[in-house]
Design a protein around this ligand. Structure first.
Ligand code: GLU
Length: 322
């Protein structure tokens, strides 16, 4: 069995994908994750989620760590400082994901899926499911015979691996959204854990990492609320204890009320530093934008910690004015 952290200690994390610059919304999520963990006297872990290599940008990871440090955040374990449960970079954890897939496969919980994107789009005549995931997978490849599989392999098709979604509802309490119940089989159906190009899917990697890194507290953007039931289904299937705390914190909007996109470099710290804005002004603005601090008052993360109360967090998406 792989090493596990002592589960009685709160362990939070921030897990950015180095696909570009951290924008103010990402920085606010990082700050909140840090505050939740530190306020609970917990450890804070930084992990880089870089599995989707074509989407990664050279230098982005180092920049992200620099930006987080500039804000005044610190972490106890991470890609730059190591730690007992590393490596803390997903691209260095392939063996762990493969072992986990092997375990799920041996338990009959996976099957190869040969459907192409185009086929899935054609099947999708039903109205869209929740979020931007599209309709639930109809189960086309669930019961292929060995002969049907062989025919698809012979035609050169490379399968994705899908996890058989549980029929029983998944229930959890989110610190921001409240109680959530989702029947994964209805919401998304059997979902991909390894893509047809061999890349391990986020849903699997995040569970393996959070479980093996002993993460008890998951604080992340509200865009991932819809992934949580799938992840809990994987925790259950793997026999891992679920994280004890989830909080999906509000997303940031631009001045026009649209969701901030990662590539919007103007919203990154460079533009603010060019205006000679200090880290404490930016930190104060991040906290003020979600109701945790008075507007236009500089703050350090340590100062915010003294008054941090998740009950004061405003749940609605909001613009971060700096
Ligand atoms: N890597 C994901 C992102 O950058 C976050 C994953 C998570 O926090 O579970 O959006």
């Amino acid at each position: 069995m792989e090493p596990r952290a002592n589960p009685t200690t709160v362990r939070g994390r921030y897990a950015p994908s180095p696909t570009g610059t951290l924008h103010l919304g990402n920085l606010r999520t990082a700050l909140l994750a840090w505050l939740y963990a530190r306020a609970a006297g917990g450890a804070f872990v930084l992990r880089l989620e870089d599995l989707d290599l074509p989407r990664m940008r050279p230098g982005a990871a180092a920049r992200m760590l620099e930006d987080l440090r500039w804000l005044g955040l610190d972490w106890d374990e991470g890609p730059d400082i190591g730690g007992p449960l590393g490596p803390y970079v997903q691209s260095q954890r392939a063996a762990l994901y493969d072992a986990t897939l092997g375990r799920l496969w041996a338990n009959g919980l996976l099957y190869p899926c040969y459907c192409t994107r185009a086929e899935l789009a054609r099947l999708a005549s039903a109205p869209q499911g929740p979020g931007d995931e599209g309709p639930p997978y109809p189960g086309t490849c669930r019961r292929l015979s060995p002969r049907e599989r062989a025919a698809r392999e012979a035609a050169g098709r490379r399968p994705a691996l899908r996890f058989r979604a549980p029929r029983t509802p998944i229930t959890f309490v989110d610190g921001v959204a409240g109680p959530v119940t989702e029947r994964v089989v209805n919401a998304v159906g059997d979902f991909v854990v390894r893509r047809s190009d061999g890349v391990i899917a986020y849903q699997l990697a995040v569970v393996v990492d959070d479980a093996l890194m002993g993460i008890t507290q998951v604080v992340r953007g509200a865009d991932l609320l819809g992934s949580t039931a799938r992840q809990l289904a994987l925790y259950d299937a793997l026999g891992y204890p679920r994280p004890t705390e989830y909080a999906h914190v509000p997303l940031a909007l631009d001045a026009g009320g649209e969701r901030l996109a990662k590539r919007e470099a103007a919203a990154g710290l460079d533009a603010l530093r060019a205006r000679s804005l200090s880290a404490s002004k930016v930190t104060g603005a991040l906290a003020a934008s979600c109701g945790l601090w008075p507007p236009a008052v500089p703050a350090t993360p340590r100062a915010l910690l003294a008054t941090f109360d998740p009950a004061h967090l405003r749940a609605e998406p909001s613009h971060i004015a700096v």
